[in-house]
Write a protein of this length. Structure first.
Length: 277
């Protein structure tokens, strides 16, 4: 199991191009960037190389989704916008060489659901057709409807059903925060479906209650039969208010294949402010 730093949410006191060195200094060997498109790809590539880091994941641009809009991937009439976003993503893929590219479905009202799913299937097929030749695994993520009302894919079953019936090679991106927020049985899902998950994210913004409830969530990953741990990267998202996650990380790193990963998080007192333990 490989741990990567989400540079969109970690080291935010630094400019983006300085976050790579900070991640490397904390022992990370790989990073992800949600939406890297404000920084030229060649500058990001240089920062990766200088810090000897690998890029694990980026998202396809999502239009107005992050500012309260409907997004692109599932919205009828925005197929051309999605294709433009996908081509921009491809430009970055060719430079950054990520392992995965995530598609955010977007929002749809209940009465528009079937149409939205059809549009999403078409756009996901385009993404796989364009990105798979670059050696990229396309993923799809479920987002909780408390933080993002009307998000088209919000439950594990919806995510699983869509990826199974998409007709192309797309895997689930399992965000533990979103699944816990939707009251999904996180541990059992990881145990049963770990081999079908292409990417895992977890957040240090868990409350003490959630952290205690899900303190063993990573154990199933190391026990799941057929799971190729090298295909799953757990992404560390650190928020200033995060607390009570020390045990959670210890559960994770004990099952990892990197003997130094435990030291990455706990070795230095001067990291505590940043790491928020």
């Amino acid at each position: 199991m490989k741990l990567t730093a989400n540079l969109s949410l970690l080291y935010t006191e630094l400019p983006m191009l300085e976050r790579f060195a900070a991640a490397a200094a904390d022992g990370f060997t790989a990073v992800e960037i949600q939406f890297p498109y404000e920084t030229p790809a060649n500058e990001l590539r240089r920062a990766l190389d200088d810090a000897r880091l690998k890029c694990v994941l980026i998202n396809v641009p999502a239009g107005d989704l992050m500012t309260g809009g409907r997004g692109l991937a599932c919205v009828p009439g925005r197929e051309a916008e999605f294709e433009t976003a996908l081509n921009l993503c491809l430009d970055y893929v060719k430079v950054l060489k990520p392992c995965c590219v995530n598609v955010l479905a977007g929002r749809a009202a209940a009465q528009e659901r079937e149409t939205a799913l059809k549009v999403l299937r078409g756009n996901v097929s385009k993404a796989v057709e364009l990105l798979a030749p670059e050696g990229v695994q396309v993923t799809l993520e479920a987002i909780n409807t408390f933080d993002m009302p009307e998000f088209l894919i919000s439950s594990f079953n919806e995510m699983k059903r869509f990826t199974e019936n998409a007709g192309v090679d797309i895997r689930m991106q399992f965000d533990i925060y979103h699944m816990a927020r939707m009251n999904e049985p996180v541990e059992s899902l990881l145990t049963s479906y770990g081999a079908d998950i292409g990417h895992i994210q977890f957040a240090c913004g868990f409350t003490e209650k959630i952290a205690d409830k899900h303190r063993n969530i990573f154990t199933p990953l190391t026990q799941s039969r057929g799971l190729n741990s090298n295909d799953i990267q757990a992404v560390k998202k650190v928020f200033p208010e995060g607390a009570g996650l020390n045990e959670l990380f210890q559960v994770l790193v004990r099952g990892g294949d990197d003997a130094n990963v435990d030291a990455y998080f706990f070795r230095s007192a001067d990291r505590k402010k940043r790491m928020s333990f």
